[in-house]
Write a protein that binds this ligand. Structure first.
Ligand SMILES: *Cc1c(COP(=O)(O)O)cnc(C)c1O
Length: 387
């Protein structure tokens, strides 16, 4: 095989994701896994039945249409209208993808030239760095810092160069729980227009906002519709993360570009699940309100428990993650802390450091998810008091 490394240099150092390592550790030690963000309760029974019916009725069992089944594209367009007042044509402005993950990959592979700079908030969702690298582009982090984790928009302005092509936004933001305000989004949009930048916005937590926080889609702002690729997915909103049904909404030229990359990644996916997600998107408002209320209760349960255990816990405005600082526990290094936590008290968490380029900014931060049953969270909280 010679001496040349097998993994190419774009992906060098990206190894196994932290989630695989920590989830394996959870299984080996019998720990409660508050690392990876997947619910331990499935979404609505009637939506699961809709998927089963589609399989049994022979809908979607063979390759569905490349852009997604018309029923789902229509439901996505209706959902954008209903919740955000955004109008998209289901035929030319909606594309169904294999989860938001494929939408992100296809958008970045389609829109970036090698050497282009992409500004993204760090801590990054882990696929961003890999997809930017696979596109041969350069990631430029805008660091969200404790305790507020708000973007410094003067810093953003200063990071823009003639090589900047794209802003990669994520709101509500994983892992910090920051929800960008209308004011912040307006400034970001003005910069995008002024510098003629594309915007890719990951809004998979669009329905997971708490208290007074409101999710605003940047695509709604002046000058943004024609330069924004909006991405969302069914996984987080409907608690079916294994179905991997996501979507892009954007102007026709952008959808067409993203589709060009997407068709050579998966071509199509999740045929029968597309029918079920079309129904899910049309669930009444009570579904979305109840889901939010349940998660808010879980958030507060874990927030109180983490605080009582001695963590400095930062209250998230959205998503299903709580970022904490372990310094008050006399700890410094989140990676070491997370590797020893299962042995010490039978709980698994994720060190935020792995989501940062700026190692110092994330060193003492650790992320816990609260999308678990109340009794599981209560047991985790009890175990954490041993620290
Ligand atoms: C979970 C998650 C995704 C992936 O969504 P899928 O639909 O499962 O592919 C993308 N972005 C963020 C920020 C996430 O937390």
């Amino acid at each position: 095989m010679g001496t040349r490394p097998l993994l190419n240099r774009r992906l060098a150092g990206m190894g196994t994701t932290i989630f695989a390592e920590m989830s394996a550790l959870a299984v080996r030690t019998g720990s409660i896994n508050l690392g990876q963000g997947f619910p331990d309760t499935d979404g609505p029974r009637e939506i699961a039945e809709a998927a089963a019916d589609a399989v049994l009725d022979g809908r979607g069992n063979q390759y569905p249409p490349g852009p997604g089944i018309p029923e789902l594209r229509t439901a996505v367009a209706e959902h954008q209208q209903r919740f955000h007042g955004l109008t998209y044509d289901p035929d030319t402005e909606v594309l169904v993808t294999a989860g938001a993950t494929e939408a992100i990959a296809a958008a970045l592979l389609a829109l970036l030239e090698p050497g282009d700079e992409v500004i993204a908030f760090e801590p990054f969702y882990d696929s961003y760095a890999a997809c930017i690298a696979m596109a041969g582009a350069v990631r430029v982090p805008l660091t969200l810092r404790a305790p507020t984790f708000r973007p410094d928009l003067d810093e953003l302005r200063a990071l823009i160069t003639p090589r900047t092509r794209l802003l990669l936004i994520n709101t509500p933001h994983n892992p910090t729980g920051t929800v960008l305000t209308a004011e912040e989004l307006r400034t970001i949009a003005e910069l995008a227009v002024e510098h003629d930048l594309l915007v890719v916005t990951d809004e998979v937590y669009e329905h997971l906002v708490f208290g007074t926080a409101v999710h605003h889609p940047i695509a709604a702002l002046p000058g943004m519709r024609e330069r924004t690729v909006s991405i969302s997915s069914a996984g987080k909103t409907f608690s079916f993360t294994g179905w991997k049904v996501g979507w892009v909404t954007a102007a026709p030229a952008l959808v067409s570009a993203v589709r060009t990359a997407k068709q050579y990644l998966t071509y199509v996916s999740a045929g029968p699940f597309q029918y079920a997600v079309a129904e899910a998107l049309r669930l009444p408002d009570t579904y979305f309100e109840q889901f939010r209320a349940d998660l808010l209760r879980k958030r507060d349960l874990l927030l109180d428990g983490l605080t009582a255990a001695g963590f400095r816990a930062f209250t998230p405005e959205g998503t299903y993650f709580i970022t904490t600082d372990i310094t008050p526990l006399g700890e410094k290094d989140g990676i070491e802390f997370c590797r020893s936590l299962p042995e010490r008290c039978g709980v698994v968490a994720i060190p935020n450091a792995v989501f940062y380029d700026d190692a110092d900014a994330g060193r003492s931060l650790v992320r816990f998810t609260f999308c678990k049953k109340d009794e599981v969270l209560a047991e985790a909280v009890t175990r954490l008091q041993r620290l």
